[in-house]
Ligand binder design. Structure first.
Ligand SMILES: NC(=O)c1ccc[n+]([C@@H]2O[C@H](COP(=O)([O-])OP(=O)(O)OC[C@H]3O[C@@H](n4cnc5c(N)ncnc54)[C@H](OP(=O)(O)O)[C@@H]3O)[C@@H](O)[C@H]2O)c1
Length: 284
């Protein structure tokens, strides 16, 4: 089993196990291997961040999308139930078709436009059917840590003076992963300390507001300069992209998919910031 870590933001007596791909031995045909992996650390909570998250690649490989986004969460939910752990899983705003012109709520009809969205919706449904304790957090438009992402591109001095094209058609809510991680750590700690937990089910874990990637980029750069993270001389130029330039891609994306966090806020006793003020999480 991977080294057990103390996790910043979690209660001091909680220990984090982060098994490697080899240790997880993911294979839908061999669920016993995953069960053994979970049994070895006897978890209280299982947090599933695994996904086939490349939306266009899912269109080309629906079998992989289904295996990682639907079959694996189902398998994890059954394994979590067997060791009496709670499963925390992440889903997406791409389960919606973007036709609502207000922030989407948990009970709005999901009508995915892509293989990715459909496979994530199937994962949600499989977890709900598995009768395990679970929270599914739908998140949207993540940015701001390790992997290639927009925040990193915007802050890269190598892009000084370059023109970066950003989608200005689709509307959603950008969320810094640091804030999402902070919220999830709080949920886990509260469960451990109080034992009085919000009910199982689906929650929209999202900042408030609505914007486009282009408007987000402009706000992010303003804040980065103000916070001293980027010299004015290193600013890239931003160009708004509209269809078809922004959408000549294999997968269809919802045109309007902000998530409404009200249920999450009420049930978990939290208050989510607007996306503009959340930018500081990615810059801190
Ligand atoms: N990114 C977004 O904007 C966004 C928006 C809405 C919802 N979400 C959801 O948020 C969650 C996290 O997304 P993300 O963008 O952080 O995804 P990501 O960066 O692509 O990370 C996916 C993770 O899955 C692991 N993984 C992929 N294939 C695997 C395999 N065959 N076996 C074992 N592990 C495998 C990867 O492991 P390695 O590290 O070893 O590669 C990686 O840790 C997902 O549920 C996604 O659907 C993301």
């Amino acid at each position: 089993m991977a080294a057990a870590l103390r996790a910043p933001g979690l209660a001091p007596d909680l220990v984090l196990h982060a098994p490697s791909r080899t240790e997880l031995a993911l294979d839908p045909a061999r669920p016993a291997a995953l069960r053994r992996c979970l049994d070895a650390c006897a978890p209280t909570v299982v947090v599933n961040c695994i996904a086939a998250s490349d939306v266009d690649a899912c269109e080309r490989d629906p079998a992989l999308a289904h295996a990682l986004n639907a079959a694996l969460p189902a398998q994890l939910a059954r394994a979590a139930r067997a060791c009496d752990a709670r499963l925390i899983h992440f889903s997406t705003d791409y389960v919606f078709d973007g036709t609502l012109r207000r922030p989407c709520r948990e009970d709005d009809a999901a009508r995915p436009l892509s293989v990715y969205g459909a496979s994530k919706l199937a994962g949600e449904q499989a977890i709900a059917a598995a009768d395990a304790r679970h929270w599914i957090f739908r998140v949207s438009w993540l940015y701001g840590a390790a992997r290639a992402n927009l925040a990193e591109r915007l802050l890269d001095p190598a892009n000084a003076g370059c023109t970066l094209g950003l989608d200005n058609d689709r509307v959603g809510v950008p969320n810094p992963v640091q804030l999402v991680a902070h919220e999830v750590a709080h949920c886990i700690t509260t469960q451990a300390e109080e034992g009085d937990t919000p009910e199982d089910g689906l929650y929209h874990l999202s900042c408030r507001g609505a914007t486009t990637w282009y408007a987000f980029g402009r706000a992010f750069l303003r804040e980065a300069v103000r916070a001293g993270r980027l010299a004015p001389a290193h600013l890239p130029r931003l160009q708004p992209l509209t269809e078809p330039a922004a959408d000549a891609r294999p997968a269809r994306r919802p045109a309007w998919s902000p998530l409404d966090p009200q249920r999450y806020e009420c049930c978990f006793g939290r208050s989510m910031p607007r996306w503009e003020s959340a930018i500081r999480w990615a810059l801190s």
